[in-house]
Every structure is written in structure tokens, then in C-alpha cells.
Design a protein around this ligand. Structure first.
Ligand code: IPE
Ligand code: MG
Length: 220
């Protein structure tokens, strides 16, 4: 979800205003994905690198997350949406971590769209934590396979993404789902995240439907 800052800058507003509008866009896209019957949606909310931003901006984003988690519970219930987390929980402010754990627990049994909030998330960090968990579980190094690593990732039961979408026109992975995205299709939209509507999601999915996925093989 990129482009909040540029959206605000174009309007001579503060970056925080961009994040506020970005939150509204996230709600629109979650609702649209749920209505379309999409099973899993991972939102890259805050990366392990985003701590480099000013204390004001970091504080504002964390405040939004906390507010959103709490305020949207009725919406999740209505739409059977399950919330999950990807990222390093230990590095989050205790209040956010507590709120996140609570909402994940409350929605655990809900069978609709699963929304995975990548919060304090980095692809490299996730792989490192997976390897550490495997070591602590007593896995013998010489027995490690792809399946071993995959089993120790943050959400081992969530399938690899089919499509990774980036808003605001940047052609970068930015440390997102490095392991899981190995065979994902990528889609970059020039539209800044706060301007995203259901229509942008539809365009991305239409583009995806034209792709031919080979997973390293050849087409017959
Ligand atoms: C993405 O928008 C939002 C977060 C990282 C939380 P940016 O804040 O990166 O927006 P730009 O890139 O400055 O436009
Ligand atoms: Mg950015």
C-alpha cells in the first residue's frame, strides 16, 4: 500500500492525512475482496524498515492501526472476516501487540476472507525468525528442506500468494513476502494507495487472469 505520502503532498497536506486516507482505501479494498470471494488478502501495513520514519509519523500509523483493529470488529463479524498477523510481534508496542492478538483470537473461527496484516514485517526477518524457530524446535540442520522453512514461517497454513499488487508505480519488492512470493505474479498500478477503489482491484485481477503461470516449467 504505497503512495500515502505523495497523495498528501500533492494536496499540500501533512503525510499523516495521507495515511488516514490510506486507511479508508484499505477498508474499501478489504470489503471488495470479501465481496468477491477472495480467500486471503495480505496488507503490507508497516515494514521492519518503516521505523526509520519520524516518531510523529510512526506514532500516527500505530495509532491508526490500534483504532482500526478495535473499531472494525462488528464489520469483521458481519463479513466473517478473520484477522491474522505476519511480522515480528515482539518488536511492536505492547498495546498494539495486545490488541492485535486479541482481534486475531476473537476472529479465529470466522470462515470468510482472511486478512493478514503485515505489521513490523520484513521478508528477510520472517525467514530469519523461521530458521530460529526451527533450530529451537530441534530440527537437525542437514534435514532442512523447503517444506521445513515453509512450516516455520509466520502463517504456515496460508497458501503462497497468486498475485502481489503494488500501488503508486514503484517497481520494487521492498522486502515483502520474499519466500512466499517466489512464484507470485506481480502487478504495479500507478494509482496512489489513497485513491484505490474496487475498480483498481478489478483491473489488477483482470490483468492477472491474462497471465500464463508456468512455475518454472513450460507450457504444453
Ligand atoms: C505507504 O505510503 C504507507 C506506509 C508505509 C505505512 P508511503 O508513506 O510510503 O507514501 P509515499 O511513498 O511517501 O508516497
Ligand atoms: Mg512509500
Amino acid at each position: 500500500m504505497d503512495g500515502n505520502g505523495r497523495w498528501a503532498q500533492a494536496r499540500k497536506e501533512r503525510r499523516t492525512q495521507g495515511h488516514l486516507e490510506g486507511l479508508k482505501a484499505a477498508k474499501r479494498i478489504v470489503k471488495a475482496a470479501s465481496d468477491m470471494g477472495i480467500r486471503y488478502l495480505t496488507l503490507y501495513v508497516f515494514s521492519t524498515e518503516n521505523w526509520k520514519r519520524t516518531a510523529e509519523e510512526v506514532g500516527f500509523i500505530m495509532g491508526l492501526v490500534k483504532q482500526y483493529l478495535r473499531a472494525e470488529l462488528a464489520f469483521y463479524r458481519e463479513n466473517h472476516i478473520r484477522l491474522r498477523h505476519a511480522g515480528d510481534m515482539a518488536g511492536l508496542p505492547p498495546q498494539i501487540a495486545g490488541e492485535l492478538t486479541e482481534v486475531c483470537n476473537v476472529t479465529r473461527e470466522w470462515g470468510g476472507l482472511q486478512v493478514i496484516l503485515a505489521l513490523n514485517y520484513g521478508g528477510r526477518d520472517e525467514i530469519i525468525r523461521a530458521v530460529n524457530r526451527a533450530a529451537r524446535a530441534g530440527i537437525e540442520p542437514q534435514t532442512i528442506t523447503e517444506e521445513t522453512i515453509a512450516a516455520f514461517l509466520d502463517n504456515p497454513d496460508v497458501p503462497d500468494p497468486d498475485l502481489i499488487i503494488r500501488s503508486a508505480g514503484e517497481f520494487r519488492i521492498s522486502n515483502f513476502l520474499l519466500w512466499e512470493g517466489a512464484y507470485a505474479e506481480y502487478y504495479v498500478s500507478p494509482v496512489l494507495w489513497p485513491d484505490w477503489t474496487e475498480q483498481e482491484l478489478r483491473l489488477a485481477l483482470e490483468d492477472y487472469q491474462k497471465r500464463e503461470r508456468k512455475f518454472g516449467g513450460i507450457t504444453r
